[in-house]
Structures are given as C-alpha cells and as structure tokens.
Design a protein around this ligand. Structure first.
Ligand code: NA7
Length: 293
C-alpha cells in the first residue's frame, strides 16, 4: 500500500522537527510556511514546498497544521489571502485533518462542525514535549475526535510522538492541553518565586534545587527549567509569548464555564510583565526576570 501524502502547514520551532520525523518514517510530505525559507532544510531532505497554504491542503490525504494561535489558524483555514489563506476549502472530501496548534476548545469545535459538513475527519491534536520531544519524535499527543479517525491517523502520529491519548470528542484535546500548560506555567512561576526568595536572602539557588529535586516538590519540568533559570540562558524552547497566550486561553475557558482560576490569573500577570519588558523572543523560564529587574 502506498503511504498517504501528508501536508504540513506551520514550520516553526515545533513544526520543522515534526516534519523531519515524518520524512524519516517515509511519508510523502508537502510543506508550506508563511516564511518560505523555514522550509529549506525540509526541501533538502525530500519534502515538496507548496506555493500556498491552499495548494498544500489540496494535496493532502492527511493535513497537519501547527501555527501560533487562534487568529493564525483562522487565517490559514479561512483567510482570504491568496498565499496564506483558504486551506480549509481546498481539502479533499475524505481527507483527515489534525490541528496540533494550541487553540481554544471552541475553535476546535468550530473546525469539527465545518469538517463534518464536508466529509472531512477532524482531530484536535495538540502536543506537549517541547522542541526536545519534537526532535526525538517523543511528543505526547492529546486527541479529541472519533476513535476510528484516530486509528486511521495513528501511523502518522506515531512517527512524531511516543504517547497518544484519546481524551474524548473534539475539543477534549485542547481542554486537557490548556490544563497541562496551566500546570507547567504555574510550576515554573512557583519555582521562580521560591528562587527569588532564596537568592534574595543571599543563598545560592543551587541549594534550593538540590533539596527540591530530592523531595516531594520534585518536578520533571524543573529538571529542565531550573538549570536554565540558574544560568539565565533563555533561548526559546517554548516561547514565553506562547505560554502567555495559553494562560489567556485557559482563563477564557474558565470564564466561559464559570470556573475561577485565581492562581492562573496571578501567574499571567507575572508572565505579562516579562513579555512587556523584553524585546527578544525568550523561553517561558524567563518569567524569573520578573524578580531580576
Ligand atoms: P513558532 O515557532 O512561533 O511558530 C509559529 C508558526 O506559525 C510559524 O510557522 C509561523 O509562520 C506560523 N504563523 C503565525 N502566524 C501566522 C499566520 N497569520 N499565517 C500563517 N502562519 C502563521 O511556534 P511553535 O512552533 O513553538 O508553536 C506552534 C504551536 O504549537 C503554538 O500554538 C504553540 O502554543 C504550540 P512564520 O514562520 O512566522 O512565517
């Protein structure tokens, strides 16, 4: 059986390494990115660069998108720009479409409705694991949608990820993803606050991590982020601007369903303050700069 053609829109920090793993697994791959130069390494590795988002979608047995935020995704799917817009209308009937951006559950459901009306199988398929997981092909997928559609897409997902969770109908993947990023953002923010206390009192931050990681407060994300904060090297792995977006999406969802998220609201203020005062693109571990100004 020939492999299905996969089309991929969004070759940012996450998208590009995911595409390299699809090529390694042998899928014919068509790519498109707003900034075309970001496709260079993939074209060298055998991908075909489409001239527009529409053209990429038209070629797809399976379309994957991973762009910044809800407005970017709406632009790609339904926008009128001849280069970057209109991808949704050019999908073939019977195609599978997976969106791995982090967007609102409401947008995932809107896409699901539009897909059902056109005979397209849609999965919300956001990921966690960062650039490291994307490069290793060890992402974790949080899926909302029909079980049968997930089974059909499983070989493609397995090329990029090591764990695939089916969480419920469309919107479920994005809901769990927002809860996950709420957790990660608060863990990193809590560590930054504790670190500020320790270093402010005149002790080395390493003393805190040494005890913390041997205790019940130990944390996987802080295995990675605590050293980054102690060094102050904030090269983006997961950009702070995107974590800030996800906290806003979580707060919006809480608001819509009447669940107060007071710790999330406080953390968003801290992330906002750092986002507003830095010109470069920083990793979200840079939330520690709140105490360093
Ligand atoms: P990046 O590295 O900031 O990449 C974002 C991608 O989205 C990149 O390919 C952008 O194209 C693309 N983008 C942004 N706005 C648009 C519009 N309006 N039209 C078309 N394409 C657009 O983010 P990550 O890869 O780290 O994360 C992607 C998602 O996964 C995000 O939702 C995270 O929260 C999780 P560009 O190269 O700038 O032209």
């Amino acid at each position: 059986v020939p492999q299905p053609t996969v089309s991929f829109i969004g070759l940012g920090l996450m998208g590009r390494p995911m595409c390299h793993n699809l090529l390694k697994a042998g899928f014919p791959l068509v790519v498109w990115n707003r900034t075309a130069s970001r496709a260079d390494s993939l074209v060298s590795a055998g991908a075909r660069l489409a001239a527009s988002a529409k053209e990429a979608a038209a070629a797809a047995d399976i379309l994957i998108t991973i762009v910044s935020d809800p407005p970017a995704l709406e632009e790609v799917l339904w926008g009128s720009n001849a280069n970057s817009g209109g991808a949704f209308a050019s999908l073939k009937k019977g195609a599978t479409y997976m969106d791995s951006s982090t967007v609102s559950p409401a947008l995932a459901r809107k896409i699901a409705q539009a897909s059902a009306a056109r005979g397209i199988r849609f999965l919300d398929a956001p990921v966690t694991g960062g650039t490291w997981g994307a490069e290793k092909g060890e992402l974790l997928f949080m899926i909302g949608g029909e079980a049968a559609d997930l089974e059909a897409a499983r070989p493609v997902l397995s090329a990029m990820g090591k764990k695939i969770f089916h969480l419920g109908p469309n919107g479920a993947g994005q809901t769990i993803k927002l809860a996950m990023n709420l957790l990660l953002a608060l863990e990193v923010d809590a560590f930054a606050e504790a670190l500020a206390l320790v270093t402010g009192a005149g002790f080395a931050g390493e003393k805190l991590t040494e005890v913390m990681q041997a205790s019940m407060a130990r944390s996987g994300v802080l295995d990675v982020k605590a050293p980054v904060m102690l060094k102050g090297d904030y090269t983006p792995s997961f950009p702070l601007r995107l974590m800030h977006k996800d906290l806003s999406l979580a707060l919006d969802l809480g608001n819509q369903i009447g669940v107060p998220l007071p710790a999330t609201a406080a953390a968003r203020e801290t992330y906002s303050s750092v986002k507003g005062s830095s010109k470069e693109d920083l990793d979200y571990a840079a939330v520690f700069k709140f105490w360093k100004k």
